[in-house]
Design a protein around this ligand. Structure first.
Ligand code: C2O
Ligand code: CU
Length: 692
């Protein structure tokens, strides 16, 4: 059973319990007003049936919990054992111990005097607090359980448990007090069972008002508490040393031996081997639907121009912002450049505003497929077009007589998708049998795990996130799922019949290779998902699962509803928090660092660490057994656990965030911070910087 299904079923059963227990408690509340014994008997029977039915979802939830425990372990079940289970079982036990015996006592009392109202004794037993209160507790307990699904009680946040539990206990005390008084009043034979209508209205009105005031107060304070200050250092996170020695952290200048990120540049002198100029400018374009869109472009091109360079070259890129009022930067996604060249507004530079320029200089130290995009207001900027591909060729390839094709996919506002500058849904390429073809697949879209498949010939996955795989074997009937920001390179040799690269697993978008210019797309077979954790051959790596790690971090991804910077939203949390309360991983240069990434939530999170490549050590508890798998943007699906590691060899303040950029924009971001490095840059409404 999938993790998502387990989650969904559990939520469904909580809702069922809310309904069933609410029915039971309202039936019990009406006992005393039964017009005669026959009606009381019917109500007792009804309530017993409802209680019986409620046992089914209870058993269901227990079964799911044991299943989840055996499949996924403590980290996925701790909330359920500690908080959901007591809410589920304690009231249910009370119902069995207190309510049911009293129903059995009440039942014979209700026989005999049919056609007459209840007598004092019957009224007394029918309004017994011991009969009614367990049902209240069960109903309200399931409501709190549901709340815990929306706002998971992170173990570091006792207030998230204390508040709902406190409200629950107070409400039960109040209801209990009311019930005791009612029972006393109703035991008098002549007591009115119903208050007058105005009295009842007044009472209901008052309770609604109290609830509204309490809720409003919570809303207003939570909203205010979530507002980001006008200026805040990106280094404002909560220091996490990963079990290693504490390192010093300074937000300000003037500390002996502290380096500003500004000085961590690439080579400042020397004639560059290659120079590029990228001008950020608006351009109105016509989308395939005919709709006009104001695009934000580099050099008026969509996507931006491909930056192609060779390994070891000194690169200089001049960024000019012509008219993008939000500001721009350029981040070299996946390329591990020196920190000051990383292009993150508010961390490594200020956003480049209209009329301003900024120069980046770095040596291309890795080969492979990368991309670049603005890291100022990036959720918006990438959507509107501020991105392009970046390819680093090895020094020794001729790259002449083969097809080396970049496929950078992107959705536009009208829902149309492009993967090349022509904007055509299918591209036709004529080529002769025996020609080697290399496809560089890049996914730039949030929320999309794009499905690519090569149809018509066996193919190999030769690189992931720019890093070559060792001895990749041939694959057929296999599709690749590429997460936001991720890159896969695939290769095949052109056969004597057509080959189709399917984008999205269908025949609507793709590239058709043929000898004769054929326009007939071959049928798409059923395919299995490619698994990088068990592909190719092992090869020595600088460290592995058994290495002595200097620091071990835990990164638990989850979701909750709440406020971010004054806006009510679905939030995505790291260790129960959103920025600036997310942890900041503190390291010393040279540390060997391991991170365990766990996705307890309901949506995918492609986690992207800047400035470093992570070696994936294990996936869902199973060690990676094929080629070493290095990643900079790791697709972590709901219910998955990864162990990854890297060497802290690139000093700076580095972002570590979800590349579903909308998630990052509501706080799913944190930092890796090296000892002795500080950043003078700030984010917040009073600055121009808004990295996400
Ligand atoms: Cu491609 Cu921090 O981003
Ligand atoms: Cu995410």
């Amino acid at each position: 059973m999938s993790y998502g299904l387990t989650f969904g079923l559990d939520a469904l059963m909580i809702m069922l319990l809310i309904v069933l227990w609410s029915i039971a408690r309202s039936k019990a509340g009406r006992f005393v007003r039964s017009s005669d014994a026959a009606q009381l008997r019917r109500r007792i029977r009804g309530i017993l049936i409802t209680i019986g039915l409620a046992m089914l979802p209870i058993a269901g939830r227990l079964a799911l919990l044991f299943k989840l425990q055996s499949d996924k372990g403590w980290i996925f079940t701790q909330d359920k054992w500690l908080f959901h289970l007591p809410l589920l079982l304690i009231p249910a036990a009370a119902v069995i111990l207190f309510t049911i015996p009293r129903l059995h006592v009440l039942s014979p009392l209700a026989s005999g005097n049919d056609r007459a109202g209840l007598d004092a004794g019957q009224r007394r037993s029918a309004s017994d607090p011991y009969l009614v209160m367990p049902l209240h507790a069960a109903a309200l307990g399931s409501v709190v359980s549901f709340f815990f699904m929306l706002v998971p009680p992170a173990l570091t946040h006792w207030e998230r448990v204390a508040w709902p539990s406190g409200v629950l206990l107070l409400t039960l005390l109040l209801l209990g007090y009311i019930q005791v008084r009612r029972q006393r009043a109703w035991s008098r034979p002549d007591a009115p069972l119903q208050r007058s209508l105005p009295q009842r209205l007044l009472r209901t009105g008052a309770s609604v008002l109290v609830i509204a005031i309490a809720f409003g107060a919570w809303f207003v304070t939570a909203e205010a508490a979530s507002r980001l200050p006008g200026r805040i250092s990106m280094m404002a996170g909560v220091a996490d040393y990963g079990g290693g020695a504490a390192t010093t952290l300074h937000h300000t200048e003037g500390h002996e031996g502290h380096t500003s990120v500004e000085s961590l540049t690439g080579p400042q002198t020397g004639e560059p081997d290659r120079k590029f100029t990228l001008t950020a400018e608006k351009k109105t374009i016509k989308l395939p639907s005919g709709e006009m869109m104001e695009a934000w472009t580099y050099n008026g091109q969509l996507p931006g121009p491909e930056l192609r360079m060779r390994h070891g070259e000194l690169i200089e890129v001049t960024l000019i912002n012509k008219d993008i009022e939000n500001g721009v930067t350029i981040h070299w996604h996946g390329l591990d450049v020196p920190n000051a060249e990383d292009g993150v507004a508010g961390a490594t530079q200020n956003a480049v505003m209209p009329g301003q320029t900024h120069t980046y200089r770095f040596v291309a130290e890795q080969t492979g497929t990368y991309w670049y995009h603005s890291h100022q207001d990036s959720a918006e900027s990438v959507k509107k077009g501020l991105f392009g591909s970046l390819i680093v060729d090895p020094t020794d390839t001729a790259a002449t007589d083969r097809h080396d094709i970049t496929v950078i996919t992107h959705y536009w506002e009208d829902g149309s998708m492009t993967f090349n500058s022509s904007g055509q849904p299918i591209e036709y390429i004529q080529t002769s049998p025996g020609t080697p073809v290399r496809l560089r697949l890049i996914n730039t879209d949030n929320w999309v795990e794009r499905k690519f498949a090569v149809v018509g010939t066996p193919f190999r996955v030769i690189a992931i996130d720019g890093m070559d795989l060792s001895e990749p074997t041939e694959l057929t009937d296999t599709h690749l799922q590429i997460t936001t920001g991720g890159r896969f390179d695939v290769a095949f040799t052109m056969p004597d019949h057509p080959v189709f690269l399917s984008i999205d697993g269908k025949s609507k978008h793709g590239i058709l290779f043929s000898q004769d210019g054929s326009r007939t797309v071959p049928p798409i077979p059923d395919t299995l998902l490619f698994d990088p954790s068990d592909y190719g051959s092992p090869k020595p790596t600088p460290f592995d699962l058994d290495s002595p790690f200097d620091r071990e971090f835990m990164m638990v991804l989850d979701n909750m509803i709440g406020f971010y910077d004054g806006k009510f939203d679905q939030l995505y949390t790291i260790n129960g928090d959103v920025f600036p309360n997310t942890p900041m991983y503190m390291v010393k240069e040279g540390d060997l660092v391991k991170t365990t990434i766990v996705n307890r939530g309901m949506v995918d999170h492609p986690m992207h660490l800047h400035g470093h490549h992570m070696l994936v050590l294990s996936r869902n508890g199973k060690a990676v057994s094929g080629s070493p798998w290095w990643s900079d943007t790791l697709y972590v699906a709901p219910g998955e656990t990864y162990e990854v590691a890297f060497i802290a060899d690139n000093p700076g303040i580095w972002m570590n965030h979800c590349h579903n950029l909308e998630h990052a924009a509501v706080g799913m971001t944190m930092h890796l911070s090296y000892e002795g490095v500080w950043s003078p840059f700030e984010i917040g409404h009073a600055t121009v910087n808004k990295p996400e």
